[in-house]
Design a protein around this ligand. Structure first.
Ligand SMILES: [Zn+2]
Ligand SMILES: [Zn+2]
Length: 227
């Protein structure tokens, strides 16, 4: 596979980046894995082209992709949802998303597949969030899920506390907030919500992993100021 230059990254205890530019495919969002023993949880899934590489990367960490019980979908853009159908088919994983983005995931309309030159296989969502904040026990961790509309109407962030550090999967914190369906006013409130979590580590949707706390705040604030 071309442009694969990096190995998966260990972010923190039980948290890995297994996909993204350089790791799985240039077009993929950053894809994170949580080992919530005995289950595995994936945050987002890439464009779909890199499915085999994602599976290989999970095995390379000594983990079993068959244990992927849940895929948390941060929003309905193709670079985040492309492998959902395959993950569900192969590993019987449940798909979780906010209800305001469910229609796109299930229909495949306006997810941006044509922009990436891929064919999106629509996928049924099993768990549809509707509240501002919900929590879900998966394996040994409590996953907190926050509705953060702005980049898309049904964007969500996820965070969990592991061994004294708060790890935030903020995903597309950088936006853009000027696409069809985006709402910069709502994004202001959402980014402030993310700042108020005082996370120690931010796993961003494309750019990087930010830490410590001060850098996380500075990063999110830099996008809030632009709105
Ligand atoms: Zn993205
Ligand atoms: Zn996006």
């Amino acid at each position: 596979m071309k442009n694969i230059t990096k190995e998966p990254i260990k972010v923190w205890e039980d948290v890995y980046q297994i996909g993204g530019a350089g790791i799985s495919s240039f077009d993929d969002c950053s894809i994170y894995l949580v080992n919530a023993e005995p289950e595995l949880v994936l945050i987002d899934s890439g464009t779909g082209e890199s499915f085999d590489k994602l599976v290989e990367n999970i095995r390379g960490l000594g983990l079993e992709p068959e244990k992927l019980s849940m895929i948390i979908v941060t929003h309905a853009h193709i670079d985040h949802i492309g492998s959902l159908a395959k993950l569900k088919e192969k590993f019987n994983s449940k798909i979780l998303a906010h209800q305001l983005d469910v229609e796109k995931i299930e229909s495949g309309e306006k997810v941006g597949a044509e922009l990436y030159g891929v064919i999106y296989e629509p996928c049924q969502v099993d768990i549809k969030l509707s509240k501002d904040e919900e929590s879900l026990q998966i394996g040994k961790y409590e996953f907190k899920l926050l509705h953060i509309p702005g980049h898309t109407p049904g964007s969500i962030a996820c965070y969990l506390d592991i061994s004294g550090k708060r790890v935030l999967f903020g995903q597309d914190v950088h936006g853009p907030y000027n696409l069809p369906g985006a709402d910069p006013e709502k994004a202001k409130t959402s980014l402030q919500k993310l700042i108020d979590l005082h996370s120690d580590i931010l796993c961003e949707g494309h750019y990087s992993i930010y830490q410590p706390k001060e850098r996380v705040e500075e990063y999110i604030l830099s996008y809030l100021r632009e709105l």
